[in-house]
Ligand binder design. Structure first.
Ligand code: NAD
Length: 375
């Protein structure tokens, strides 16, 4: 398999965690005989320093010529005085917009080894493995008319969807569910909003093409409760833009650390992969950044842009193995000593050490797989 991957490491801890993710992708290429090439490009604060623009044209052009884009994080206090359209974060919004992905995928997984890191009790989070599919280009954030009329003291936004916009993101959710536990929970507010009635009718119609997948509808308010009560009941959760923004952040506490969360935005010209966290200036350069969110993001890239499901699963399993072995970056160290009843069960590791441990666990699991195939 040949894959050209644009690397936008960005600012702060972005380069530190992206470096570990790229090492893992290199390992997958080497073990599997793939030809992956990595194209480092400027985005965010580093791009402003070098070129004056948070998204240089050269970066955008090269991304559009790639098979996938892997982003670290952007944001640097140095540029806080600039107007919002010139800051590092503007580059992020521009690249997301230019790549045009309409489906944002965000997993929320309870890792047994991290069960004490979540504010939810372990018996609540146990077994939770949710994939959010959030519509990203429509709804309240983009609908017009929108205005804040300061003279009349009124403001309004418009939640608007077309049937086609709902159907295309629903198909993504059903396709993904058919490769998982075959359940889609569609979230809306159909008891109040017409746009949600269109959403529900369209999702129900699309579901007819996926008879092996169970569809349930949940109102967004009760969904907010169910997610915290019985998260293991959900497989793929399909939402419009605003509801998904809120619910996927709520569900992230199931995992327990921002540093553990990957994401993908698919369906546009080129898929975009980025950990959920920002540039974390408070820990940049200290070796404390957790690279697992970025490494799990690389796994999503292999699954959704290269169809390398076995390799994606091997990376995810290597992450579980390393966590089960007690290895922790600082953000996930707290809490678990109490759970294990033994502080020495944990080993505090740096960003690069964590990357190496995942590399080792991955090498072992791929070795085992290859020897099984050889038998
Ligand atoms: P942040 O995600 O950078 O950090 C929030 C907290 O989580 C900090 O205490 C940080 O140390 C910790 N944290 C984040 N990622 C971590 C990791 N991998 N390992 C260990 N700890 C981690 O959010 P913020 O502090 O609100 O924003 C900092 C900058 O990042 C701002 O400039 C913001 O605009 C930008 N930002 C960028 C993105 C992105 O690039 N996708 C997302 C959010 C924020």
């Amino acid at each position: 398999m040949r894959l050209k991957i644009a690397i936008l490491a960005g600012d702060g801890i972005g380069p530190e965690v992206t470096n570990e993710a790229v090492n893992i992708l290199r390992a997958v290429a080497e073990f599997g005989g793939h030809d992956f090439s990595f194209v480092p490009l400027l985005l965010g604060g580093v791009a402003i320093t070098a070129t004056g623009s948070p998204l240089p044209t050269a970066t955008l052009d090269a991304c559009l010529e790639s098979d996938a884009v892997l982003l670290g994080a952007v944001g640097d206090k140095k540029f806080d005085a600039l107007s919002p359209d010139k800051r590092p974060e503007a580059g992020l919004l521009q690249i997301r917009h230019a790549l045009g992905g309409f489906a944002n995928l965000r997993p929320s997984i309870a890792y047994p080894a991290l069960s004490a890191n979540s504010p939810l009790r372990p018996e609540v989070t146990e077994g939770a493995d949710i994939l959010f599919v959030r519509e990203l280009l429509g709804g309240l954030y983009f609908g017009s008319p929108r205005e804040w009329n300061k003279s009349t003291g009124e403001a309004w936004n418009t939640m608007r969807y077309t049937r086609a916009e709902v159907a295309r993101v629903a198909r993504v959710a059903f396709e993904l569910a058919s490769k998982r536990r075959r359940k889609v929970t569609s979230v809306d507010k159909a008891n109040v909003l017409e746009v949600s009635q269109l959403w529900r009718a369209t999702v129900t119609e699309v579901a007819r093409d996926y008879p092996s997948v169970t569809l349930e509808h949940q109102l967004v308010d009760s969904m907010a409760m169910h997610l915290m009560n019985i998260p293991r009941n959900f497989d793929v959760v399909l939402t419009e833009n605003l509801f998904g923004d809120i619910l996927s952040d709520e569900a992230s506490i199931i995992t327990g650390s921002l540093g553990m969360l990957p994401s993908a935005t698919i369906g546009g010209a080129v898929n975009l992969y980025e950990p959920v966290h920002g540039s974390a200036p408070d820990i940049a350069g200290t070796g404390k950044a957790n690279p697992l969110g970025a490494i799990l993001t690389a796994a999503m890239l292999l699954r959704h842009s290269a169809n390398l499901e076995e390799d994606a699963a091997a990376i995810e399993s290597a992450v579980r193995t390393v966590l089960a072995g007690g290895h922790r970056t600082a953000d996930i160290a707290r809490g678990n000593a109490a759970a294990a009843g033994n502080a020495s069960a944990q080993h505090l590791v740096s960003t690069t050490e964590m990357g190496k441990l995942v590399h080792q666990a991955l090498a072992q699991s791929i070795d085992q797989r290859q020897s099984m195939h050889a038998v």
